[in-house]
Design a protein around this ligand. Structure first.
Ligand code: SF4
Length: 396
C-alpha cells in the first residue's frame, strides 16, 4: 500500500492505573508506578526508532491515552515532548490531548500542562450516580469532576471533553437522565457517551455472568442513547460521530484520524499503530517493553524498525476497505466520503456496493448522496448490521 500523504498522528500509551475499574479491558496495570521513570526513558527511545521511518511527515495530533496518563508528572511529560518535538515536524497548532482522572487534576498541575503545550483534556466522568461509580470501582465522585473542570478552566483550558458511560447493570433511564443533566451542568466543549460493553475478563462481566448483577437491557440502552442524542442537541452540541458531540470547532482531531482510517504512530506498551501500510502492536507488558528498549532487541517477529513491536501485519486492500467502511460509517455527518474512497480504492463506493447500498437505503438505515454515504438516525443503533451487509461483499 502506498504511503499516505496526509498528516500524521502520534498515540502515546501510559499503562498505569492506581485501581482497575470493573469494566476496563485496556492494557493497563496497577502497582507498577515504580516503573514510570524507566518507562518514560523507554518511550523516548522508541520514539527515536520510529522517527527514522517517519522522516518529514508533519504531525498534527499527539494523544496521551491509557491507563491513566495523569499519573505522570509535568517533568515526565516535558521529557517526552522534548523528544517528540526534537524528532518530528510537529505543527505549531497541533492538538495535544491528555486523558485524565478527575482526582489527579490540581490547578498547579494543569498550569504546568498548559505551559508544556497541552491544549485538550479528556476527563473520565463516567456517571453522576454514586452507586454506579462504586460499581465501576471509580475512585472519584461527582464533586471531583466539577472541581477538575473548574481547575482546568482557571488554567485556561478551552477544550475539555467529558466521558460518560450508559447502560450499566441496573442503571435506569432516570439515573442516566441525571448523569446527562450533571454533565451538561459542567458545560464541557466535547462529550463522549459510550454504551457499556461487558468485555471478557472484566470484573463486571464476571459479576453479570454469575448473576450477581443484572444484565443490561437492550431496549433501555436504546432509550438512553435516544435521550442523550436529543438532550445534547437541545443544549447546542453537534453530533459528529456515533458516540461523540462537539461545540463548534472542538471535534477531536486525533480521533478523526482513526475514523478517517489515516495513519498514526502508536508508542508505549500495548499500543497499536497504522503506518507504512502495516498495522502493528507493541509488547503489552510494561516491564518487558522497558527491557526490550533497553536491550534494543526484538519483541517478536516484525518488520518495523523498533524493538517494541510484537506483531506487524501488512494491510491488504480488502482489510483497508473494511476499516475505511467500518470507521467511516461512525462519522454521522461526514460518513464515507465518495471522492476519498475513489482516490484510495480506484472505484466508486456506491457502484462497488450497489446491492447493499440500495437494500439499506430502502430499509431507512443509510443515506447516500453524491458526496457521501452516512448512517441514518435509525441506522446508528444498528451500525453493526449495516457494516455486516458491506463486509459480506468484501473478500477478506
Ligand atoms: S482509569 Fe481507565 S484505564 Fe484505568 S482501569 Fe479505569 S477505565 Fe481502565
Amino acid at each position: 500500500m502506498p504511503r499516505s500523504d496526509s498528516k500524521l498522528s502520534i498515540y502515546i500509551h501510559i499503562p498505569f492505573c492506581t485501581v482497575r475499574c470493573g469494566y476496563c479491558a485496556f492494557n493497563t496495570y496497577t502497582d507498577l508506578e515504580h516503573l514510570i521513570p524507566d518507562y518514560v526513558d523507554a518511550l523516548c527511545s522508541e520514539l527515536a526508532f520510529v522517527a527514522i521511518d517517519v522522516r518529514d511527515q508533519p504531525v498534527h495530533t499527539i494523544y496521551f491515552g491509557g491507563g491513566t496518563p495523569s499519573l505522570l508528572s509535568p517533568r515526565h511529560f516535558e521529557q517526552i515532548l522534548c523528544q517528540v518535538n526534537g524528532l518530528f515536524p510537529v505543527d505549531h497548532d497541533a492538538e495535544l490531548s491528555l486523558e485524565a482522572n478527575p482526582d489527579d487534576l490540581s490547578e498547579a498541575y494543569l498550569r504546568d500542562l498548559q505551559r508544556l503545550g497541552f491544549n485538550r483534556l479528556s476527563i473520565g466522568m463516567q456517571s453522576a450516580n454514586a452507586a454506579i461509580l462504586q460499581m465501576f470501582d471509580r475512585q472519584h465522585d461527582l464533586a471531583s469532576v466539577g472541581a477538575a473542570v473548574s481547575c482546568a478552566r482557571r488554567a485556561t483550558f478551552d477544550n475539555i471533553n467529558l466521558d460518560v458511560i450508559f447502560g450499566s447493570p441496573g442503571e435506569t433511564l432516570t439515573d442516566w437522565k441525571e448523569t446527562v443533566q450533571a454533565l451538561l451542568g459542567f458545560s464541557p466543549d466535547h462529550i463522549s457517551t459510550y454504551g457499556l460493553e461487558l468485555k471478557g475478563g472484566t470484573q463486571l462481566r464476571k459479576q453479570v455472568d454469575a448473576g450477581e448483577l443484572p444484565r443490561p437491557d437492550d431496549d433501555v440502552f436504546a432509550d438512553m442513547y435516544d435521550f442523550a442524542s436529543a438532550a445534547l442537541a437541545t443544549a447546542g452540541y453537534d453530533q459528529y460521530e456515533i458516540s461523540n458531540w462537539r461545540r463548534p470547532g472542538k471535534e477531536c482531531r486525533h480521533n478523526l484520524q482513526y475514523w478517517r482510517n489515516l495513519e498514526y504512530i502508536g508508542v508505549g506498551a500495548g499500543a497499536h499503530g497504522f503506518f507504512g501500510g502495516c498495522r502493528y502492536s507493541t509488547i503489552a507488558s510494561p516491564a518487558r517493553y522497558v527491557a526490550a528498549l533497553k536491550n534494543g532487541v526484538s519483541g517478536g517477529k516484525h518488520t518495523a524498525p523498533t524493538p517494541a513491536v510484537a506483531k506487524s501485519v501488512e494491510v491488504s486492500v480488502a482489510d483497508d476497505m473494511y476499516e475505511t467502511i467500518m470507521m467511516g460509517l461512525r462519522l454521522t455527518q461526514e460518513g464515507i466520503n465518495r471522492a476519498n474512497f475513489r482516490r484510495r480504492f480506484g472505484c466508486d463506493f456506491v457502484d462497488a456496493f450497489r446491492d447493499a447500498t440500495e437494500k439499506l437505503t430502502a430499509a431507512g438505515l443509510l443515506i447516500a448522496t453524491e458526496k457521501n454515504v452516512v448512517l441514518s438516525e435509525s441506522g446508528r443503533l444498528l451500525s453493526n448490521l449495516v457494516i455486516r451487509e458491506f463486509v459480506e461483499q468484501i473478500k477478506l
